[in-house]
Design a protein. Structure first.
Length: 305
């Protein structure tokens, strides 16, 4: 059972920046639990509003269910009191429900429901998938609107009515009309999380759509920059936001866009650049080249402090 009520969880997560830590690997691609625990403890020294263990940035798609459980339990152990831990669920409905139940047993506070594996599905099927996961746990559930899990406003509204523990909607599509309609329809009934990679790029305009928080991957290796950026967004400091976009975020995206899958790889490269290596990414992802790592390290040097 969560340490937070559903209402408390929405309030806490929506009031600050969200941390999505990478999952550390040894050179032979095994989960490096000690290094991961050290990383979570280090991140906890910066005031994130919540920690999403083994999410997309944490290579959920490359972990076994048993490894997901180990990662979530390590995060629960290392996070400070008062920091919510959100665990992942995904793949087919039966496995997603099993992961949600295990997340509750592990002591997590909520579940991020990632898109189902591979197959496309109609709205009724997606709704049944979400209902089954919500029924499997008392934890709050945040759905991830992305890829083959593209929800209509009508489906989300039905689910919000049917599932008392559906607390949030993470957007990874970028449909401005849908987000406007969703917030106009449901208002503060849900927590809205920005989930487009890289979320900082869209954070300021999304704030006007009720999206008060977002998943920051760069928080892994430049946490103070990420927090300062978030503060500028919430203050609607246009000069501060666009100055930081030009200085760091857009050049960072230029490196990220050099290869498919680099949205995760570049985060682990960032940790290597600051002397806190997280190991390689697992296939089918690939690591940055040495030249790209050098470019990233030079860029990080401009904003690190």
């Amino acid at each position: 059972m969560s340490r937070f009520t559903h209402g408390e969880l929405k309030s806490v997560l929506g009031a600050g920046l969200l941390s999505f830590p990478v999952t550390h690997m040894t050179p032979d691609l095994a989960f490096d639990e000690r290094a991961y625990r050290d990383h979570v403890a280090w991140l906890a020294g910066h005031p994130a509003a919540g920690l999403f263990a083994a999410g997309g940035t944490g290579e959920f798609f490359s972990l076994t269910p048993a490894e997901v459980g180990r990662v979530v339990r390590a995060a629960v152990d290392e996070a400070p009191d008062g920091m919510p831990i959100i665990a992942p669920a995904g793949y087919g409905t039966a496995l997603a429900a099993e992961l949600a139940r295990d997340a509750e047993e592990a002591g997590a506070d909520a579940v991020l429901l990632l898109p189902p594996y591979l197959t496309e599905a109609p709205q009724d099927g997606l709704a049944a998938h979400v209902r089954a996961v919500c029924a499997a746990t008392s934890l709050g559930v945040i759905v991830y609107h992305r890829a083959n899990a593209a929800f209509t406003v009508e489906t989300v509204a039905r689910l919000a009515e049917d599932c008392p523990n559906l607390i949030g909607f993470k957007d990874g599509v970028g449909d401005i009309e849908l987000m406007s309609r969703l917030y106009a329809t449901l208002g503060d009934a849900l927590l809205y999380v920005g989930g487009l990679p890289t979320a900082e790029t869209f954070a300021l305009p999304y704030l006007e759509l009720g999206v008060t928080t977002y998943s920051s991957a760069m928080f892994n290796f430049v946490p103070q920059f990420a927090l300062d950026f978030y503060d500028a967004v919430r203050a609607r400091d246009h000069a501060g936001v666009y100055g930081r976009l030009a200085e760091f975020v857009l050049p960072y995206l230029d490196i990220r866009n050099r290869s498919a899958g680099y949205a995760v790889s570049i985060v682990k490269a960032g940790l290597a650049a600051i002397g806190r290596p997280a190991g390689p990414v697992r296939p089918p992802l690939t690591d940055l080249t040495e030249a790209e790592l050098a470019d990233l390290a030079a860029l990080i040097g401009k904003v690190s402090r």
